[in-house]
Design a protein. Structure first.
Length: 369
């Protein structure tokens, strides 16, 4: 198997823009919609959307690598590090603190060049809790950097082997030059450049660990720089929807020719999905704030407030199956009769709407357009 970094024409990437055009056009429309929605938000709402995006991206980028962290804990760490938390806020685990720091660093100074030291700072932040690796420096082990599956010795499957560490200094200089020298003059070019930079970085796999998380943070940075502003999207949210496809497309693009059209088609679709999710998230954020204001207009009981907030926490997708009297009774530890009366009152006030009939009746939140 010949990896693309072994080719004489590496990294002379090529692609055909024609098959990318339809999805790119959809991205343009969605980008305009996102910018329009953001412009309608007040400062507090914009801050909420930004923090929601960072906590989503950081937690899901970690999940892609098999590391689970709480989005709420990550948000708390982000708020504290950005000076937005109250005096009672406390530091989270070292890993969560490191992910928060990575998110903040990678979206700071987007107009400045990407340098080796900047990437090393990001890596040191991410590896805050690790003492078993050399953080903040290119890998230096003479052993091959391989992506392997299978636990039976002698039967492992090598999916990819990165360039040897002896070549990294030169190859990373070329990579940084590529990242910084390409002139981006349109949204389509910004999307493609971020996709190629991400592929290029993952091809080199310059660190002992954390390449995926740093690489996705880098993709966000490159995209924001190309667009001239940070757009609150989460690429990892779109990737996590089918991470097997993500890894398959990376693997396919790491061998064969320098034509990366299939990879860029996948990447552009990933950006489209991320933009779609952002439209949904911002729209829900606006509706949520209006809904909470409407709640204050009625004499709600503690039970009703608890249930409504639980339903709002479900996000744009809504509370699975709707809120039934049985679920309400379980959440509030009350009788089914009381639950039925409470739900009927919330429906009367226009906060919930019933769907179905009889025992199958379930209630959903009522948002105003």
């Amino acid at each position: 198997m010949k990896y693309i970094w072994q080719r004489e024409d590496f990294p002379m990437y090529t692609y055909d823009p024609e098959p990318l055009a339809p999805v790119t056009e959809q991205c343009l429309v969605l980008l305009g919609e996102v910018r329009g929605l953001i412009s309608l938000l007040d400062k507090g709402a914009q801050e909420d959307v930004a923090l929601s995006r960072l906590s989503t991206e950081g937690s899901l980028s970690s999940r892609i690598e098999g590391v689970t962290i709480s989005p709420d804990e990550l948000r708390s760490s982000l708020e504290r590090q950005l000076g937005l938390a109250g005096e009672t806020s406390h530091p989270q685990s070292r890993y969560v603190e490191g992910v928060a720091r990575l998110m903040i660093l990678s979206l700071s100074d987007i107009g400045e060049p990407i340098t080796a030291e900047r990437l090393h700072d990001w890596h040191r932040a991410l590896m805050e809790d690790r003492r078993d690796i050399h953080s903040g420096q290119w890998r230096s082990s003479p052993l091959p950097m391989q992506i392997v599956s299978g636990r039976i010795i002698g039967r492992e499957e090598v999916h990819y082997e990165a360039p040897p560490s002896s070549r990294l200094d030169e190859m990373m200089r070329d990579f940084l030059s590529f990242c910084n020298s390409v002139t981006v003059e349109s949204v389509s070019e910004a999307i493609r450049h971020s996709g190629i930079c991400h592929l290029y970085f993952e091809t080199l796999h310059p660190y002992e660990d954390g390449n995926g998380r740093v690489g996705r943070a880098l993709a966000h940075h490159i995209l924001a720089r190309g667009l001239g502003q940070d757009i609150p999207i989460s690429l990892s949210h779109a990737i996590e929807m089918d991470r097997a496809i993500y890894y398959a497309r990376l693997k396919e693009a790491s061998v064969g020719t320098m034509d990366v059209t299939p990879w860029l088609l996948y990447w552009t679709e990933t950006v489209r999905l991320a933009l779609e999710e952002t439209v949904s998230r911002i729209t829900f954020s606006r509706r949520r704030r209006d809904f909470i204001r409407r709640m204050s207009e009625h004499p709600l009981s503690e039970r009703q407030i608890k249930v409504l907030h639980r339903m709002l926490e479900a996000g744009p997708e809504g509370f699975a199956g709707g809120m039934t009297p049985r679920k309400y009774a379980s959440l509030t530890r009350t009788s089914k009769a009381t639950a039925t009366r409470d739900l009927a009152k919330l429906s009367e006030w226009g906060l919930l709407i019933p769907e179905g009939a009889g025992r199958s009746t379930a209630y959903r939140l009522v948002f105003r357009e």
